[in-house]
Design a binder for this molecule. Structure first.
Ligand code: NAI
Length: 349
């Protein structure tokens, strides 16, 4: 007898998966609680028009687990969770997000909801009507979330360059930034500010054009992202972009960016390693907003962005140093490290 979903929950250490339906708003959603052993789990609400139910659930579970790993590497006393909301024409957005607020409230602080693709200040304000356990989008909240993520990504890129070459040497670097949204635009501007040559792309050509003109960033077509020779390829768009074909096309020495679940599968982390490309694991480098939000909710402080950058930079440097010492891929090292933290926490309870 096989229990596909239940076996996977056991194998990957999930606590709970909840399927949600609300007749009033037409909402259909999943909540995955991966680890709330430390007392609470953090994770955003993603709204996306998924191809089918299985891909929505898979995304939800992968993102929840990645949040646990992010917390573990960032040494935060929290675990990971995620909600995914299936975007479809029947969905009444305002009512749907209010409904999710009620779901979060019933968990009584075991899960804190936050922003993600498709869920920003406006949507979170609806969630906040029904629960306190949400990263407040307004001035009362932690603030500067995308700024924190971007600062961490830049610090992680710097750590990777120092790991390979001993110094950042920005003016001699060429960096390709994929995606000029909330995080990517800030990463591109910061790197340009350090004097690097920055080539950037966005599917939204207006967005790209504005930034390119004002800041001396060179625009490339999204179809050329993987084929452009560069020191660093910084994925700041969507996940799953490093797969069988793109790994072969990639002409970068380093991959380091904000996007969650960049690797289509763990095997692609190994492939990059074999090809001599230094891959900085996404959950090691993109934890800036999580650190900012978690510190705010757990300790009531807005951790300064420079401190967040230093924390992320040191996590990345540590993963890369261990990878070199152990002869394992950075992806494998980071996963093992995170799994050890989670196991230790669970056995102590
Ligand atoms: P965003 O939605 O503001 O920006 C994403 C941009 O990527 C959009 O402008 C979109 O047009 C563009 N894009 C999509 N596919 C593309 C492609 N193939 N080539 C070029 N451009 C493409 O999202 P945001 O907030 O900047 O986040 C970026 C990534 O970082 C997402 O994967 C997100 O999950 C992840 N992340 C974001 C955090 C944050 O603090 N905002 C925290 C941790 C991870």
């Amino acid at each position: 007898m096989t229990f596909e979903l239940l076996d996977q929950l056991a194998r990957d250490g999930f606590e709970e998966i909840v399927a949600l339906h609300d007749r009033r708003s037409g909402l259909r959603a999943f909540l995955a609680l991966h680890d709330s052993t430390p007392g609470r789990a953090f994770g955003g609400i993603r709204r996306w028009s998924y191809y089918d139910e299985a891909s929505a659930l898979r995304d939800c579970m992968r993102l929840a687990r990645a949040m646990t790993y992010k917390c573990a590497l960032a040494k935060l006393p929290a675990g990971g969770a995620k909600m995914v909301l299936l975007d479809r024409p029947e969905l009444d957005l305002e009512q749907g997000y209010r409904f999710l607020g009620g779901v979060v409230e019933r968990l009584a602080g075991r899960y804190y909801a936050g922003p993600d693709v498709g869920t920003n200040s406006e949507e979170l304000a609806r969630v906040a009507e029904r629960t306190r356990f949400v990263t407040d989008p307004g001035p009362e909240g932690p603030g500067e979330l995308a700024e924190s993520t971007a600062a961490g990504v830049v610090a992680g890129i710097a750590a990777a360059l120092r790991h390979l070459d001993g110094s950042e040497d920005w003016p001699r670097r060429t960096i390709v930034v994929q995606g000029l949204g909330e995080v990517g635009s800030r990463v591109a501007l910061a790197l340009r500010g350090w004097g690097a040559r920055v080539l950037a792309s966005d599917l939204d050509s207006e967005r790209a054009e504005g930034l390119v003109r004002s800041a001396g960033i060179e625009r490339i077509d999204p179809s050329a992202e993987f084929d452009t020779p560069c020191d660093v390829f910084s994925p700041c768009a969507l996940g799953g972009i490093l797969h069988d074909l793109s790994v072969l096309r990639l002409r970068a020495r380093i991959v380091a960016g904000a996007a969650n679940n960049v690797l289509a599968s763990p095997a692609h982390g190994e492939q990059l390693h074999e090809r001599g490309v230094l891959y900085v694991p996404d959950f090691a480098i993109n934890s800036g907003a999580l650190i900012r939000g978690a510190r705010f909710h757990l300790d009531g402080v807005r951790e300064p962005i420079e401190r967040i950058a230093a924390r992320v930079g040191s996590v990345v440097a540590d993963v890369l140093a261990q990878s070199k010492a152990q002869g394992l891929s950075p992806a494998r090292v980071a996963e093992r490290e995170a799994e050890m933290v989670v196991e230790r926490r669970r056995s102590e309870r």
